[in-house]
Design a protein around this ligand. Structure first.
Ligand SMILES: [Zn+2]
Length: 167
């Protein structure tokens, strides 16, 4: 059985127990989470979120610049009024450079990725501060709400706050 078939089997079991089919569209707890896609980080479990509670926007590194489109929709159309940014220890974004991945994509896929910023970083706390600065400089998102950035420790499951922004 392929992994996708395994997921479909798991979904059958999930749907058989499902009881949350009448939740409203806007997130009930009015919060948006921007988090790294790392497989060891489960934002729902780590932050005590249930279906219907929050928007969880994930990408490689949990970079805000790649989440701005979703954050704008989350706030303007669906009423979220708090943002938590979660990066984490041992992140894969610490392990490569733009030049390295561009070279690899050129070799394996014959892809020209020279114009793509893959947004690796070398300092986790700096990556949170950079992302809060990106948030604050974007015209698309609200500046009158709490925006807080954390590092999640993959060994302990604990969050450490790096920076908070409240204009
Ligand atoms: Zn990561």
């Amino acid at each position: 059985m392929s992994v996708i078939d395994e997921l479909l089997r798991a979904n059958e079991a999930y749907a058989a127990q499902f009881t949350k089919g009448s939740l409203p569209l806007p997130p009930g707890r009015k919060v948006a989470v921007v988090a790294c896609m790392d497989a060891r980080l489960d934002p729902a479990r780590a932050l005590g979120l249930e279906e219907g509670d929050a928007h969880v926007i994930r990408n490689a590194g949990g970079r805000v610049v790649e989440a701005l489109r979703s954050l704008a929709i989350s706030q303007a159309l669906l009423g979220t009024d708090a943002v938590i940014i979660v990066h984490h220890t041992d992140c894969g974004m610490l392990t490569f450079t733009d030049e390295g991945i561009r070279r690899q994509l050129r070799q394996t896929l014959a892809a020209d990725a020279d114009h793509v910023a893959f947004l690796p970083f070398s300092d986790m706390d700096a990556s949170i501060r950079d992302d809060i600065a990106v948030y604050r400089s974007s015209p698309l998102v609200r500046k009158d709400i709490p925006v807080r950035g954390f590092i999640y420790d993959v060994r302990t499951g604990r969050l450490r706050e790096v920076e908070a922004s409240r204009a």
